[in-house]
Design a protein around this ligand. Structure first.
Ligand code: SF4
Length: 695
């Protein structure tokens, strides 16, 4: 690939969450100055503490600067790229020969650029011929994605720009703590409230977001669909639904109406714990507003009924007649940096670029033609993220794994099982820029370039495709993931399909592969992104301006109408009982990000959050004889984690909250339940049964 020159003041975007704040980088790698980019219309110059400190890993002393290979004594020792890549290629070839192509798996990441996500999907299908590729975004967005496709015909997290929030009279935010996870977004909610709007937040915890709301619905974990159905019941009862909209723009309401009738307020209060008066207040706020939005986050989505939870909130938005109307509608707030783009272009088990399905003959033919590759040689759908990880080793049949930009030992549920599965592999290769907990288990570790060292595009939570620009060349001895995939493909005899002049050339091929698909990027060019501070997909031709707002006229479903879906609430896969008497819910804190591979290495962030604090209600703490700051063990049927107590009224007495950014004995994911949603295959991170063991 051709390198781009060093730029002294580079406008780019934060490496972390899906808000993708615009930032400007200046100065040398060792002392980069980060500034919020006021010209970027999303964050308007604001950054959170993670963004301000995001340059620290670029010159961090623990950064990997050469490949590592495991020697006969079992130690990871430095090697040349030639040695490392030869070892990877040989291992992949021999495992494929002995056990078949599907015995080599790939696990990608939700922070990879569109170009990397796309090329990784192509690498799996063309260079390896394996069906088994999936990515950690499955743990983030899959429930909202599946629900969006079923109800609205498309999965774009927010079908409108963030600026619309400010003009919504009422916003219901279901299970999202954006005040901590993406703080600059709060400027939109603050503007909304300054304009006289009302913010309602549903969450088992009184989070920073809930504290900033006008009304906090403190629901029992795992009862989100009961809340949504209960609100719909009240809207129907009080005739606050939009009959004309339902008649003209939707289908399937009657069955939903019948089900909503069974969610009367006393029942909903009993199951959710939300007082009837608050349910009524919320229903009236939503039903009487001219403009209203419902937004979901991981709280509602990371459950074994995540898809139906989201469908129940979409039902509500449709019954209100708000989807596709100005300053109104339904959206979900994507979490990971490229959680949106990363789920559109082929690193999902069932997917080809442009949000095409790999089982669809027409989709296969289109993409095979773009790739100039025999369609019949493309594999079919593979296993979803947790199922893929659970199939590692001789029993499951996936004998080798390539992990790109993910630290599954910390971020996947049922961590003890994941570690065992990884240890049972014949061969593990990890590409990362630090020796993550997953990389520590690898046979080969490949050092990769960081965000400020690569060109590419990211699609933010609004569906806005933006440019990630390179400020520095990678350090000597470090490759970008695109270069890694090209070189590895060449060693696997597939060079012809993996030779690109630049990341832009990869993007141009992605555009062609996505043409005509649901996520159509064919009209988006680097120049166009540059000129307009991003382009919203779908954008089907170069003279098309992009699509900031969807659904104004119709829905991309066969009938052009949105679809109601009947939702009957099911209990979580595991509920508190005598042995494990409390709910456990997990999530993120302000100063750490995901598995913490980067943020746990940044001094300012460690000073703010150096260990997991388990939120415990004072009543519960008293019952266990715990004081604030005490160490304790949380135990579930799957494992135990050591944490410190944070005694606070912000959590319900029946619930414990634990953040998941830490590894080893502090890992909350040693506890979490891998029960999967039947459609999205999302694990149930947000609800399981736990007990407290005092020291
Ligand atoms: Fe912005 Fe998210 Fe980065 Fe914070 S972590 S600076 S909210 S992109």
């Amino acid at each position: 690939m051709v390198s781009t020159p060093f730029q002294h003041d580079t406008a780019t975007h934060c490496p972390y969450c899906a808000f993708q704040c615009g930032m400007r980088l200046s100065g040398p790698r060792e002392s980069v100055v980060v500034d919020g980019d006021e010209a970027f219309p999303v964050n308007k110059g604001a950054l959170c503490i993670k963004g301000w400190t995001s340059a620290a890993p670029l010159a961090h002393p623990e950064r990997l600067l050469n490949p590592l290979v495991r020697n006969a004594a079992g130690d990871l020792v430095p090697a040349t790229w030639d040695e490392a890549l030869a070892r990877v290629a040989e291992a992949f070839k021999s495992i494929r020969t002995d056990y078949g192509a599907d015995a080599v798996g790939i696990f990608g990441g939700g922070s990879l650029t569109n170009e990397k996500s796309y090329l990784l999907g192509k690498f799996a299908r063309v260079a390896l011929g394996t069906a088994n590729i999936d990515y950690n975004g499955r743990f983030c967005m899959s429930s909202a994605a599946a629900a969006g496709i079923r109800a609205l015909g498309i999965d774009r997290g927010m079908p409108f720009p963030l600026e619309d929030i400010a003009s919504a009279e009422v916003v219901l935010l279901a299970g999202s703590n954006v005040a901590e996870t993406m703080p600059p977004i709060m400027q939109y909610f603050e503007a909304q409230r300054a304009n006289g709007g009302v913010l309602v937040v549903s969450d088992p915890r009184r989070t920073a977001t809930a504290a900033a709301a006008d009304l906090h619905l403190r629901l029992t974990p795992g009862t989100d669909a009961v809340l949504a159905n209960g609100l719909l019941h009240l809207l129907i009862r009080d005739d606050l639904i939009d009959h004309d909209y339902i008649q003209e723009r939707t289908e399937g309401f009657e069955r939903v109406r019948q089900i909503a009738a069974t969610y009367w307020p006393e029942r909903v209060e009993r199951i959710t714990g939300i007082p009837e008066a608050e349910l009524l207040q919320t229903a009236r706020l939503l039903g009487r507003a001219n403009t209203a939005m419902i937004l979901t986050g991981r709280g509602a989505e990371q459950q074994a009924q995540g898809v139906t939870n989201v469908l129940s909130f979409i039902n509500l938005a449709l019954a209100l007649g708000k989807v596709g109307r100005p300053n109104s509608g339904f959206g979900c707030l994507t979490g990971q940096g490229n959680g949106q783009g990363g789920r559109e272009h082929g690193q999902k088990a069932d997917q080809l670029p442009g949000y095409r399905l790999i089982a669809d003959p027409a989709a296969r033919q289109h993409v095979a033609a773009v790739w100039d590759f025999p369609e019949e040689e493309l594999p079919g759908p593979g296993k979803s993220a947790y199922e893929l990880l659970d199939s590692l080793g001789p029993e499951g049949g996936i004998r080798s794994l390539l992990v790109l930009g993910s630290n599954v030992v910390v971020s996947a549920p049922h961590g003890n099982n994941i570690r065992e599965r990884l240890e049972s592999l014949d061969f593990l290769v990890v590409s990362d820029f630090f020796l993550s907990e997953t990389a520590l288990l690898a046979d080969v570790v490949l050092p990769s370039a960081q965000w400020a060292e690569e060109e590419g595009t990211i699609t933010n939570l609004e569906g806005r495709v933006i440019r990630r620009r390179r400020a520095f060349a990678p350090p000597e001895g470090v490759l970008t993931d695109l270069e890694l995939l090209e070189q590895l493909a060449a060693r696997l005899g597939r060079e012809r399909w993996f030779t690109y002049a630049s990341p832009e050339a990869v993007f141009d091929e992605l555009r062609a592969a996505s043409a005509g698909g649901a996520a159509d990027y064919s009209g988006i060019t680097y120049e166009k992104i540059e000129a307009g501070q991003g382009v919203f997909w779908p954008c089907p031709s170069v003279d098309h301006p992009g699509t900031p707002r969807l659904f104004a006229e119709s829905f991309p479903t066969p009938s052009g109408r949105a679809r109601f879906h009947p939702v009957l609430h099911r209990s979580p896969a595991e509920e508190p009982d005598e042995d494990f008497p409390l709910y456990l819910t997990t999530g993120r804190v302000l100063a750490q990000y995901q598995s913490g591979t980067q943020t746990r290495r940044i001094g300012e962030l460690e000073d703010m959050a150096s260990e997991p604090l388990a939120e415990i209600n004072p009543t519960t703490a008293e019952r266990y004889g715990l004081a604030d700051g005490d160490m304790l063990t949380l135990e579930t049927r799957r494992g135990a984690a050591r944490v410190r107590a944070l005694v606070t009224e912000n959590i319900r007495p029946d619930t414990v909250f634990a953040p998941f950014h830490w590894p080893n004995e502090q890992s909350a994911n040693l506890l979490t339940n891998p029960a999967l949603d039947p459609t999205s295959r999302m694990p149930e991170f947000k609800v399981c049964a736990v007990r407290i063991v005092k020291d």
